[in-house]
Design a protein around this ligand. Structure first.
Ligand code: DON
Length: 307
């Protein structure tokens, strides 16, 4: 039997000297205040074991990782109808790119680039005020992780609200094509708050566990989505979860994963475990440098891969 705890600790120890490498995101001013030395890892298995290393209990800004949970909520509310508003293809572009939106008449390539996530948030908002929708998102994360101590970092949300001009442009551009039902400021009010969710690696790994276990959280027995839907969300994470670095991540790690500019990555090993890593320094594609390396080593050591 492999000693997972030892593997996680070894990977953490061997990469620790490289903490601080990469570039911490600063286009959202509040994110620039994060200590670049932070490095946490959490593995939660479908059998209910938890293995932690480093800063695994410290909450950080999950940013784009929230897009996985919003996609899950959006599919729950609107089913396959969401695909009228967003595609399922890798973009080959940066997370905040606008260029394809004009060629493709306001339909973003996938739910994980910013434009696609804004389109999903617009659908989740249907019938709610932004405040209600934000409440629903927080409750959903608490339900998934089975933990009450999950909140929004209001300073991060305000910081992005004050500077997220590119997202304002993306939202208005989609609205100009009639592909957004609500005013840009309402949709973005929710979007900026979902990105500002603060969670630890441990909480994130718990929240993602349903994706590793055919749609059911094995810790609570809650059936979150069907087996088929879990498989499909994982497929999108694999093909689109790291923007124009998705191919490289699939090649090196071989697991569905979703990154955020806060330096977190959620990875899913179907039938095995949910993994969350956090190190704020980013590579050239805006994905955690050390986090990607840690997952590459974990996949190599455990043999976990979908291939
Ligand atoms: O919209 C933004 O730019 C951020 N709230 C989220 C971007 C993000 O996390 C991209 N991921 N690597």
């Amino acid at each position: 039997m492999t000693d997972l705890q030892a593997i996680v600790e070894e990977i953490h120890a061997s990469l620790s000297p490289r903490r601080g490498k990469g570039k911490v995101a600063d286009y959202i001013p509040q994110l620039a205040h994060v200590d670049p030395q932070k490095f946490g890892m959490a593995v939660v298995t479908v059998d209910g074991e938890t293995h932690l290393a480093g800063d695994a209990e410290e909450a950080f800004s999950i940013q784009s990782i929230s897009k996985v949970f919003m996609l899950t909520l959006g599919l729950g509310k609107h089913g396959e109808g969401i695909w009228k508003r967003v595609g399922r293809e890798p973009s080959g572009s940066a997370f905040n790119s606008i260029v394809q939106l004009e060629y493709e008449a306001g339909i973003p390539r996938n739910p994980f680039i910013n434009a696609g996530a804004i389109a999903i948030t617009d659908l989740v908002l249907a019938g709610h005020t932004p405040k209600e929708a934000i409440g629903e998102v927080v409750r959903f994360l608490r339900y998934l992780a089975d933990e009450e101590d999950i909140t929004i970092d209001q300073a991060v949300a305000r910081s992005e609200q004050a500077t997220g001009f590119r997202n304002v442009a993306l939202a208005n551009f989609m609205r100009s094509y009639g592909k957004l039902d609500h005013a840009a400021e309402l949709v973005l009010g929710v979007y900026f708050h979902q990105c500002a969710l603060a969670m630890s690696c441990r909480q994130l790994a718990r929240a993602g566990l349903f994706l590793a276990n055919s749609g059911t959280n094995p810790l609570t027995g809650h059936r979150v989505v069907s087996h088929l839907r879990a498989r499909r969300i994982n497929a999108l994470m694999l093909t689109c979860g790291h923007y124009d670095g998705s191919g490289d991540f699939a090649y090196r790690v071989g697991l569905p994963g979703k990154s955020g500019v806060g330096g977190g990555i959620l990875a899913v090993a179907p039938g095995k475990a949910s993994v969350a890593v956090w190190s704020p320094g980013l590579n050239e594609n805006g994905n955690s440098l050390l986090g990607s390396l840690a997952l590459e080593m974990l996949a190599a050591r455990t043999g976990w891969s979908v291939f």
